[in-house]
Design a protein around this ligand. Structure first.
Ligand SMILES: [Mg+2]
Length: 435
């Protein structure tokens, strides 16, 4: 940098370490970390200038969703984020199917930031905050006293925003608590309106008792969101919601599937607690019906499904105009967590970012944050990095120590640490989505 730009040649004031206009993608490789649904395929996009971009396929999704995009990205300039996103977005979808497109988008933002010498949040329009509030999901415990203590433990670690599950499982052990109880186990994959499950008034009173015990332990000054109510129709959700309104919860999450906009509107209008959904919705156009109908209070996109950093910023802006706040769902490795941090920094109407791994002892080992010491999450916040791109470097020893070991995955991509993926180099499809 120069002291007085007016007296200097322009070359002194620009970063000449990279040549963004000539940057090209040369390779994509994967290292999948973790097991089962807690499997995080980490993406590396390589370039002709030595810059490497990091991204991540959504938790529990197949790495092939990203690898099938490789042939569409080779030779492209990663700084053309918007054009490349439009090129590949037809190969994403709701839920885990969005994982490949979004993982690539993060890596493009990492590369463009590195090429320009700016942190990724600047690509999304700059920041509204320097540290990002994290909310800790906490696994369910049957005993409400134990649950309250577990949440209190989160508060003692500095978390200022909490979430717990309040499900029909609380009513289920009590005789007469749940109607059509016999199908509860088998209805896990049946959409809510179609199970015939209801919670009786008695069962709802048990749910009230549970939340009351928890609230008495943690108090009312910390926001407490709620999730995983069980698969029941909207009428039952309204009865439960009204009964729990007295506990001033931060939101009722995914009480019914996001697809049923009319039912969301009905729920939102009937209860006096904010209602939230969105972790499985792909792209802004997926959120528009819920926002247009003013059917939610809080949008809850997962950046690894919703379209990556820039599309999620667009979703948040759309919500802002409707007076809807945004909390970010997140259940991945520190790579996707940091992509969320940059996006959250750029969102005016942001509330909090979810963390599912605060009890995982090796989660923090997977990356180093450039220019920062200590754990990524400190006192319930993540400090926004100012280094170029996502501002993280992989700790490859830790990645290698926790590589995915499920052999079924290796038939579609090589296991191990960022091994060659040449079999995905050739394009064998005509991609045009219109005629
Ligand atoms: Mg959820």
């Amino acid at each position: 940098m120069v002291d007085n730009p007016g007296e200097s040649s322009s070359l002194d004031s620009v970063n000449t370490a990279s040549s963004p206009s000539d940057l090209r993608i040369t390779d994509m490789r994967i290292a999948a970390v973790g097991q089962g649904n807690w499997r995080w395929p980490i993406i590396k996009l390589y370039t002709n200038q030595g810059l490497v971009g990091l991204g991540e396929v959504r938790d529990g999704a197949s790495a092939r969703y990203a690898l099938m995009l490789k042939s569409r990205l080779l030779g492209e300039n990663p700084c053309d984020i918007d054009r490349l996103f439009r090129k590949i977005k037809q190969f994403g979808g709701h839920g885990r199917l969005g994982g490949g497109v979004c993982g690539v988008e993060m890596a493009l933002c990492d590369l463009a930031g590195k090429a320009y010498g700016v942190p990724a949040y600047m690509l999304a329009g700059g920041k509204y905050r320097d540290k990002i509030k994290v909310y800790a999901d906490t696994p369910s415990l049957k005993d409400p006293e134990e649950m309250g203590k577990a949440l209190k433990g989160r508060m003692d670690r500095g978390f200022e925003f909490l979430k717990m599950d309040i499900g029909a499982w609380i009513a289920e052990p009590h005789e007469g608590g749940v109607v059509n109880k016999a199908v509860m186990a088998e209805s896990a994959s049946v959409m809510h309106p179609f199970t015939g499950i209801q919670v009786s008034d008695y069962g709802i009173s048990k749910m009230q008792e549970y939340v009351e015990v928890v609230r008495n332990i943690i108090g009312y000054e910390v926001p407490l969101a709620s999730d995983h109510f069980g698969h029941m129709g909207v009428e039952n959700c309204i009865r439960i919601g009204k009964a729990l309104d007295q506990f001033t919860l931060a939101w009722y999450e995914d009480m019914i599937p996001w697809q049923f906009v009319d039912q969301w509107k009905r729920l939102k209008d009937a209860v006096e607690t904010p209602v939230a959904t969105g972790e499985d919705i792909y792209l802004k156009e997926g959120f528009e019906p819920l926002v247009d109908a003013r059917a939610i209070s809080v949008a809850h996109p997962d950046l690894a499904t919703s379209g990556g950093i820039l599309e999620t910023k667009r979703i948040a802006d759309y919500c802002y105009e409707a007076g809807i706040s945004v909390a970010l769902h997140q259940a991945g490795s520190p790579v996707v967590a940091m992509a969320n941090v940059h996006c959250a920094a750029a969102i005016d109407n942001f509330v909090a970012l979810e963390m599912h791994s605060v009890d995982n002892p090796w989660w923090d080992d997977l990356v180093d944050v450039v220019g920062q010491d200590g754990p990524m999450i400190q006192d319930g916040y993540i400090k926004l990095p100012e280094a170029p791109g996502l501002g993280i470097e992989l700790n490859e020893e830790a990645i290698e120590a926790h590589l995915n070991e499920e052999p079924t995955n290796f038939s579609v991509y090589p296991g191990g640490l960022f091994k060659p993926t040449d079999e995905w180099d050739s394009l064998d499809a005509h991609d045009r989505a219109w005629s």
